[in-house]
Design a binder for this molecule. Structure first.
Ligand code: AP5
Ligand code: MG
Length: 213
């Protein structure tokens, strides 16, 4: 089962991708998480990606496509995967379709998590992420057991660099101009399923599971 998660920044793609990954035993591949891990490790890719991410801009298509096309060839992807944050531009979607065609395969489901812009800025200002393992929490909707501490690894929780309101607004602009057209792209391929991302997390997940059946 090969799934693409679509939706605005902060719509809950990562939250839902993680739940799908646990339920179906397929890996969650988040380009944002891969870039952030590279930034933490100060790799060349991390340094390159950071210069775009901090401004709310997209990392160039070529860099991102090479990374994903390489990643989905690994053994753990044999039974499928969830792409979280990729593709985000029409050229990336074409590159993915082409890479899958070369393997005699295709995307089975594109899940669009719909959340209006007005909800996004408030949601993002309450998000906290682990400075070490990248696990995601929310000060109101997904509280950690101890304030400011990651449930998974015990490290400090921080506000993501790109979650400051000005950068969130820029990311939303980029989303509408470059990523939203993918909704039509996957609709035309006959694999699009839209869910209401303003519902509670568990309900959003139940709606996604119904779409996957
Ligand atoms: P990325 O990390 O992918 O960021 P994003 O798409 O902006 O999405 P987010 O991770 O911010 O949000 P999400 O939808 O995963 O929401 P979450 O589940 O955390 O990318 C970051 C940057 O990397 C990009 O700006 C770009 O520069 C670069 N990049 C990445 N991929 C790229 C690509 N393909 N091409 C080029 N550049 C790329 O939820 C948000 C918050 O809300 C959390 O606190 C969560 O707990 C809470 N929440 C979730 N669901 C609910 C709910 N139902 N109700 C209430 N709260 C909820
Ligand atoms: Mg995410």
């Amino acid at each position: 089962m090969k799934i693409v998660m679509l939706g605005a920044p902060g719509a809950g793609k990562g939250t839902q991708a993680r739940l799908i990954s646990e339920k179906f035993g397929i890996p969650q591949i988040s380009t944002g998480d891969i870039f952030r891990a590279n930034i933490r490790e100060n790799t060349e890719l991390g340094q390159r990606a950071k210069s775009y991410m901090d401004k709310g801009l997209l990392v160039p298509d070529q860099v991102t496509c090479d990374l994903v096309v390489d990643r989905i060839k690994r053994d753990d992807c044999a039974n499928g995967y969830i792409l979280d944050g990729f593709p985000r531009t029409i050229p990336q979607a074409h590159a993915l379709t082409k890479a899958l065609e070369d393997q005699g395969s295709k995307i089975d489901y594109a899940i669009d998590v719909e959340v209006p812009d007005e909800d996004i800025v408030t949601r993002m200002s309450g998000r906290r992420v682990c400075s070490k393992c990248g696990a995601t929490f929310h000060i109101k909707y997904k509280k950690p057991a101890a304030e400011g501490i990651c449930d998974s690894c015990g490290s400090a929780l921080i506000l993501r660099e790109d979650d400051h309101p000005e950068t969130v607004q820029k990311r939303l602009d980029v989303y509408h101009s470059q990523t939203q057209p993918l909704i039509d792209y996957y609709h035309d391929l006959g694999v699009l399923h839209s869910v209401d991302g303003t519902k509670e997390m568990d309900q959003v997940f139940a709606d996604i599971c119904s779409a996957l059946e």
